[in-house]
Design a protein around this ligand. Sequence first.
Ligand code: NDP
Length: 622
Amino acid sequence: MTDRSTTVSREPPRFEYERPTCDALGVNDTAKLDREAIHARYRAERDKRLRPDGNEQYLEVTGEFARFVQDPYVERVEREPLHDEVEFAFVGGGFAGLVTGAALARAGFTDVRIIEKGGDFGGTWYWNRYPGAQCDTAAFVYLPLLEETGHMPSEKYTHAPEILEHCQRIGRHFGLYDNAVFSTEVTDIEWDGDTARWIIRTDRGDEMRARFVAMGIGPLHRPKLPGIPGIATFEGHTFHTTRWDYAYTGGDPAGAPMTELGDKRVAIIGTGATAVQCIPHLARDSQELFVFQRTPSSIDVRNNHPIDPEWFRTLEPGWQKEWMTNFTTLQTGGFADEDLVKDGWTDISQRIRDRVLADAGDFSPAAMQKAYHDSDDEKMEEIRARVEQIVDDPATAEALKPWYRQLCKRPCFHDEYLDAYNRPNTHLIDTDGKGVEAITPRGVVVAGVEYEVDCIIFASGFEVGTEWTRRAGFDVTGRNGLTLSEHWRDGMRSLHGLQVHGFPNAFVVSPAQGANLISNIPHNLVEAAETIAAILTHAEENGAREVEASAEAEQAWVDLLLAGRRRFGGAADCTPGYYNNEGQPEGRAAIDGLGYPGGPVAYFDYIAEWRNDGLFEGVEFR
Ligand code: NDP
């Protein structure tokens, strides 16, 4: 057994990505792969997991499950309700709110209030403090505003405490703490046409008014629970990974030993990106760990390393924008002279490109499709070979092999996860795609066997594809009493993913219906923030009281997206998961997940031109 859990490799001083090859992993000539057999296995594994209830299989964290979303990190302090007015209110204190606040401050708008239900800024990085939490996208492109705040990430993939600190740094740097309200949940937002102001009500009894409002609730914000029979009957301790209970486990987000688990039998349900990061820590510290798996994640090489300050000082001003664009270009199949980030994300698309080039440069859709399939077959074969190479027990290794295309589910990158299964206290309980059968007062049941445990940790993910207002926790009433839930009943409708007809002076900040760049969410947000700042500046210069997307422009944008059919997520033939709305990728989820037909780079080019040409076509300034 190797004992490398929770350590960070200290070797390469610079960004090096060694592409794992089939050869190095002992996979023989990939030309001889039995692709038919592999694809047949993919179909069989998908079919095994398809279920008619799709996304309905999950439980909402309301009623008896509401405790799963309580804030374990701060004490709620009572305060007087606010009945005041600000120029710009932003709902959500994660990266969306922070980068928008920063862009507005730079454009001279300082009367900005961020309203956040957590006790501080950070959004997903405020809530997700589970041990081992770390960004999966290189910090140089993932952490926004590095140049502006002067921060050097300590490692290529920074851990959660540093990301939370960076959020706080942005808040301080741009003066966003001065007017922020925390531990405050918005309950509804209503347009008052007479005064052209938004009225924002909260669970604190606030009734704030704002000239402009924006909402950045995060794409994966509301935790969900698996609908396992008996889930409410368990008599031991339970929590969801997004509200890690250190009071129960001991330890801290920096990875200190969870000393309270030394005499505990611990169950974790789920093996997605979150579980992959925290399982090495649980394996290290629990007396016994039982990992309940429905579908294994694909685990590629992480190769983390510290950043060399001397090298960092050589970066020229403007470097971060260049790096972000370079990453997005390469990650989405484009060309660049150099791969600055060099990691598993950019590797995926460059392999396809290299293959097309080797194939006489035939960039027809059919050739691209074939190149994608061939390189994906090889990549997944390498990933399966890596499992076999690391995991000692052959049956466990077999169960940890993913049988689907890499982008059917969120790709994971980790260098200690697979090792964890070599510990004698760590048991993989594979459910063969069926999921956990039942939860009893004493434990978890799979294939008729009850595993008695003291604690169940739900690593069961977040709501995706449910109604926006359900995920947000509030509705918005726009002009003439139109609510956002009605307007979006059949799916999201927007101009640029940012403005909605019927909702003047309001903005939605998310990747959806814009670039839809999933590998680096902050890139979407930084661009949206700049667009909002440009719109506000134009409104100011023209004395406009109201700014609204026209009905025609909204319809034209939705038509453009529908015609392009470029959407986030795995295809219908993928094994189910939130990437393909649990195997039912049509309907509202498909519309919500649409992105600009030309792809993220084309969208960023388009929107930069749109906000800079001074015309603001499609938006009415009144
Ligand atoms: P996921 O939705 O990816 O994973 C949920 C897990 O629960 C899956 O393994 C799922 O299995 C399993 N599950 C659901 N129901 C059952 C059941 N009835 N029985 C057994 N297992 C069940 O959630 P995560 O929190 O892991 O990740 C969500 C997303 O958050 C990631 O995809 C990523 O985008 C983001 N994230 C980003 C990170 C980063 O950048 N650092 C780190 C962690 C997360 P199945 O696959 O079969 O559905």
